[in-house]
Ligand binder design. Structure first.
Ligand SMILES: [Zn+2]
Length: 91
């Protein structure tokens, strides 16, 4: 699913900057990630900005929020992690 907005949610102008725009560290240009830890499982997706060229408003989003969901196949990053059994309602 590709999701790109072209309208600024602050000023309402259709002036969102085009192109591959990502949040990166200034030093090594590594992407900034959203990291979710739950049940000892770690999931991450890159944090992506929409930037309005009119007012400079920056809107943050992730392209694949489904990647942050924890599945029954996911294994805890720490093998010693003790957890209660995963329930259907956890997903
Ligand atoms: Zn704007």
């Amino acid at each position: 699913m590709s999701y790109k907005r072209d309208t600024c949610s602050k000023c309402g102008e259709k002036s969102i900057l085009k192109g591959e725009i990502g949040l990166r560290t200034s030093k090594d240009k590594e992407l900034i990630m959203i990291v979710r830890q739950d049940h000892g499982v770690e999931k991450s997706v890159p944090l992506q900005p929409n930037i309005c060229s009119q007012c400079g408003f920056v809107d943050l989003y992730v392209q694949n929020p489904n990647h942050l969901k924890i599945n029954s196949e996911d294994r805890p990053i720490n093998p010693d992690f003790k957890q209660r059994p995963l329930l259907e309602s956890d997903f």
